[in-house]
Design a binder for this molecule. Sequence first.
Ligand code: MG
Length: 388
Amino acid sequence: MAIEPGPELAPHAAHEQDSRGRRHPEPPPRSRGEYQRDCDRITHAAAFRCLEYKTQVMVNHADGPFRTRLTHSMEVARLSRTLARSLGLNEDLAEAIALGHDLGHTPFGHVGQGILDGCMKDYGGFEHNIQSLRVVDKLEEKYAGFPGLNLCFETREGLLKRCSKKLAPMLGDVGERFLNGHQPSLEAQLVDLADRVAYTNHDLDDGLKLGILSLEETRELELYAQAYDETADRVGEQRLQVLLHETNRRMINRMMLDLISETRSNLAELGPTSIDEVRRAPGKLASFSTDMSRLLHPVTSFLYDKYYCDPRLVESRDRAVAMIRELFSALMECPNLLSDELFARRLQKRERADGEAGRARTIADYIAGQSDRSIGKEHARVCGTSRG
Ligand code: MG
């Protein structure tokens, strides 16, 4: 018997009894809901554990209590549950999407993805959202009755945040909305924005604590300055760690409250009475207010210029991403250097079916599944030179 998260679910929420189901039919879970089962399956996936050693912004071997993709995914999951609960939506579905949203990331973050996409340019490219779907649909191999994790349609729909019209037809049911202009569930829309709340705040926090961002410059951002000034009056500038945390916490709260109130007013205006009406709405119903978007815009540019593109980070990433390129070329040339049995088997099978493109896709899957740490060892073994 499936368990609904609560009677207070709004009519436009994702109700489990209306789910479009799993690709391979299974009996309903006996002690939990369907989306709860998805959360559990993602948490037990090898790709989820690998997020511990994958870069958020810093290359993972930097010591200290900085964010990794694993802690980022957990923060997004907590924020997503809060948003879903406040708006009468399905908390378990929101959590499942949040836990899985970064599963397809390569080592070394967005830069790593760009390099792997370049390596794959003649073979259909590489995109982390599509890779997240490949992980849960195909690459996790652990259940006797089906490939992947066999997640519900609504969870898979939420994982595929973006997709080009060219690739959408190859993705079956979850690709359709990119062709017909439909929206995903509200739960999925909110997880996407919870992701932004999480990384905007934790990147400012990590950047300041690492000394890469200066407090003086950060305080020139209106959104940050308002939260900081409110806090400084109470805490005093000599307790810097507390002051930074209190500032961060206020910013998160302000963004979350804005998101809830703006989404509520969008819902009141359109009045959807089912998830299908949410999907057919002319635009996304979850959004920040115009005022918050105006305040966020300079924060995003600031993070990009002063943190993500800081020469110290760029230099360590440049060294790291060269590994991806070299490892890809070496394995394309000598696929028998692939020591992982599962991937070696897959490579033979895909190569028989799709030739060189099949070989390239399997190698890309293999590299994307490495962590920032394991890829160094693998690069040293395969290329015979350590850049660790
Ligand atoms: Mg993310």
